[in-house]
Write a protein that binds this ligand. Structure first.
Ligand code: HPA
Length: 244
C-alpha cells in the first residue's frame, strides 16, 4: 500500500475516501499525527500530514524517524512525498511540478538515522540514487495520464530552516548544482532507504528562491499561498491516477 506524506499546502487529501484513522506509537516517539487510511481511485493508500494536521510542526522539529517507522508498521510498501520548494533553476518557476532525482543535504542537528545504537555492527546504506526510480517513473506516468506533466529530474537541496535562505545562499546552492530548495526532504529520504521503503517525491515550486524573480526584493508570502492552492489541486488530480 502506498503512503503519501503531505507537506505545506497538503495537510489533507480531500480526494481521499477515508476509511479509518490510526494513531501509531514508535520506539522513536510520536509521528506528526494519525495515519489516515483510505481509498484513492479505488486503491488503498495511507496519508500522513508531515507538519501535523493543523500545520504546527516546523521542518526541523518533524519527527522523521517516527513518521517513517509508523508508515512501515502500518504496512506501507512505498512512500510518495509531496513537498513545496523554492525554485532555483530558471525553468522551475512558481507553480511548476517536478520529480527530483538527486539530493544535496545541508540540514544539521536532526535525528537522521535509525542506526545510532552502539551495540550493533555499523551499518551504511547505499544512497547513490536517493529516490526510487520505479516510483519516480510511476509518478511521471500518472502525471502524464492526468494531463499535468511534471519535469523529470531536479537536484533538491535540503536546508535547515525554518528561515528562508539569503540571496547569497541561493547563489551558492546554484553553484553547488541545486535546482530546487526545500526544508523537509532530508533526513526523510535517507530514513526511508534505511528501512528499505522505496521513496520518491513530487516537488511543488511555491516561489522563486530568495533573490530571484519576484523574490528579488524579498519573498512574497501572500503569493505563495495562491500558488500552492492552485498547484496542490493539480497534485491531487495526479494522485487520482496513482493506483491505476
Ligand atoms: N526555501 C526553502 N524551502 C522552501 C522554499 C524556499 O524558498 N519555498 C518553499 N519551501
Amino acid at each position: 500500500m502506498l503512503a503519501i506524506i503531505g507537506g505545506s499546502g497538503l495537510s489533507r487529501l480531500s480526494t481521499l475516501d477515508i476509511v479509518r484513522r490510526e494513531v501509531f506509537r514508535t520506539p522513536y516517539g510520536e509521528p506528526s499525527g494519525p495515519i489516515v487510511f483510505g481509498r484513492l481511485c479505488e486503491g488503498p493508500v495511507m496519508f500522513l500530514a508531515r507538519h501535523g494536521f493543523g500545520h504546527t510542526i516546523p521542518p526541523h522539529m518533524v519527527n522523521y524517524r517516527a513518521n517513517l517507522w509508523a508508515l512501515r508498521e502500518a504496512g506501507a510498501s512505498g512512500v510518495l512525498s509531496v513537498a513545496s520548494v523554492g525554485g532555483i533553476r530558471a525553468d522551475l518557476v512558481p507553480g511548476s511540478l517536478v520529480v527530483p532525482h538527486q539530493i544535496l543535504d545541508y540540514t544539521w542537528g536532526r535525528l537522521h538515522t535509525f542506526f545510532d545504537r552502539n551495540d550493533e555492527a555499523v551499518h551504511h546504506i547505499d544512497f547513490t540514487h536517493p529516490y526510487d526510480e520505479a516510483l519516480r517513473r510511476r509518478i511521471l506516468a500518472c502525471a502524464e495520464r492526468a494531463g499535468e506533466p511534471m519535469r523529470d529530474g531536479a537536484v533538491y537541496a535540503a536546508t535547515q530552516g525554518p528561515r528562508l535562505e539569503t540571496a547569497a545562499e541561493i547563489d551558492r546552492l546554484e553553484r553547488d548544482g541545486a535546482d530546487v530548495v526545500g526544508m523537509t526532504g532530508m533526513p526523510e529520504a535517507a530514513l526511508a532507504r534505511e528501512i528499505q521503503l522505496p521513496y520518491a517525491a513530487i516537488n511543488v515550486v511555491a516561489n522563486y528562491g530568495a533573490g530571484r524573480g519576484d523574490s528579488a526584493g524579498g519573498i512574497a508570502f501572500e503569493s505563495i499561498e495562491d500558488v500552492l492552492h492552485d498547484a496542490m489541486a493539480r497534485v491531487r488530480k495526479v494522485l487520482e491516477h496513482i493506483c491505476a
